[in-house]
Design a protein around this ligand. Structure first.
Ligand code: SF4
Length: 349
């Protein structure tokens, strides 16, 4: 792991020169720090600015928030979204009145026990308001530390978050926790941003792992865990007088507008043909159905299990989205690659 000596001190120097003027900047009242943190959880600074001022004007302290009619709190919050935040704020204010005589608790364990306050907000309040060495790590902070220290593991893994927490825990003891927390948040918000970090004017350019390894765009590592859906497609090859029955896919789904053979999708790998009996396609008097080929086909988020069957039956009624085409005509139509491969192997070798 990369080692950066004096990072906390250098960060505070950067902060003293670059910090923005914000309504809650320099605030020491834990109540107001709490309100600003909750507003900023899902809201941009620009939008949160006016709401913060309005909220503090209407409810200047814990007691006024705790005793206000709930609809007044919701009215002030109106437009900010995520209304559970406003409900939780009032419930937590009532908790503080009832359990702590209206005085904001100082202990981390007490802060985190309040309604709606998680580890990040509790650490932010404990460090900013009470100078306690709790490291508050949000998305901005994970990004900055990953880039500086060269954290190459998936940022969403608990192990990686713990590693960053460890780094932060060591650093926050070296300087003022309040200043350090705010400086790191500010550095992530305006300097080491996700898309346009200002690496050319960065005080850490000599030591930054990401910059020195040309990995700024790649860190933090985020592995998207997308669930893969299993789907089972059964295609029926019906031929008559050297003509094959095909249809166009028109529904909002994979392969829209491409062609295919008449198809039934099932929830399980196997199909009970006595149940379906291909009635769907008006294919009647089936003498025999023979499985010709089975493919596994992987798409980004879907695993397809595709089977092709030869159907020996009497002439079908052609439906509006279907047509009979010759073998030669198949090559002029667009099919999904897996069907095109089947055609190449079994119909037009
Ligand atoms: S050099 Fe670039 S990536 Fe590294 S900390 Fe500075 S701004 Fe962030």
């Amino acid at each position: 792991m990369n080692n950066i000596s004096n990072f906390p001190e250098q960060l505070l120097t950067w902060y003293s020169e670059h910090k923005r003027t914000l309504p809650w900047r320099g605030e020491t009242d834990p109540y107001k720090i709490w309100i600003s943190e909750v507003i900023l959880q899902q809201t941009r600074v620009q939008q949160g600015w006016d709401y913060y001022l309005k909220f503090i004007a209407e409810f200047p302290d814990i007691v006024s928030l705790a005793s206000a009619p709930n609809q007044d709190v919701m009215r002030v919050w109106q437009g900010l979204g995520y209304y559970s935040r406003a409900r939780n704020l009032q419930t937590a204010a009532q908790q503080i009145v009832n359990q702590y005589q209206g005085k904001f608790p100082e202990k981390f364990e007490d802060i985190i026990s309040l309604k709606g306050i998680g580890p990040y907000t509790a650490a932010a309040i404990a460090s900013i308001a009470f100078e306690k060495p709790y490291f508050a790590a949000d998305g901005n902070v994970y990004r900055v530390i990953s880039r500086l220290y060269g954290i190459l593991e998936d940022i969403n893994l608990p192990k990686t978050k713990n590693q960053i927490q460890e780094i932060g825990n060591q650093m926050i003891h070296q300087v003022s926790p309040s200043e350090f927390t705010q400086a790191l948040m500010e550095f992530g918000a305006i300097h080491c941003t996700p898309k346009s970090p200002i690496c050319l004017e960065c005080p850490f350019d000599k030591n930054c792992y990401a910059l020195n390894h040309n990995m700024v765009d790649l860190l933090p590592v985020k592995v998207n865990k997308v669930k893969v859906k299993n789907r089972y497609f059964h295609y029926f090859i019906f031929a008559q007088n050297d003509q094959l029955l095909i249809e166009q896919r028109t529904q909002q789904d994979i392969w829209k507008n491409l062609y295919q053979f008449p198809m039934i999708e099932t929830y399980e790998p196997d199909i009970d043909l006595t149940l379906h009996d291909l009635d769907l396609y008006q294919i009647k008097s089936i003498n025999q159905i023979t499985e010709l080929k089975r493919y596994k086909h992987k798409l980004t988020h879907q695993q397809l299990d595709i089977r092709f069957y030869k159907v020996d039956a009497i002439k079908p009624v052609i439906q509006s989205h279907q047509m009979m085409v010759s073998k030669e005509e198949l090559s002029f139509l667009g099919f999904p690659i897996v069907i095109a491969n089947f055609i190449k192997e079994f119909i037009n070798p």
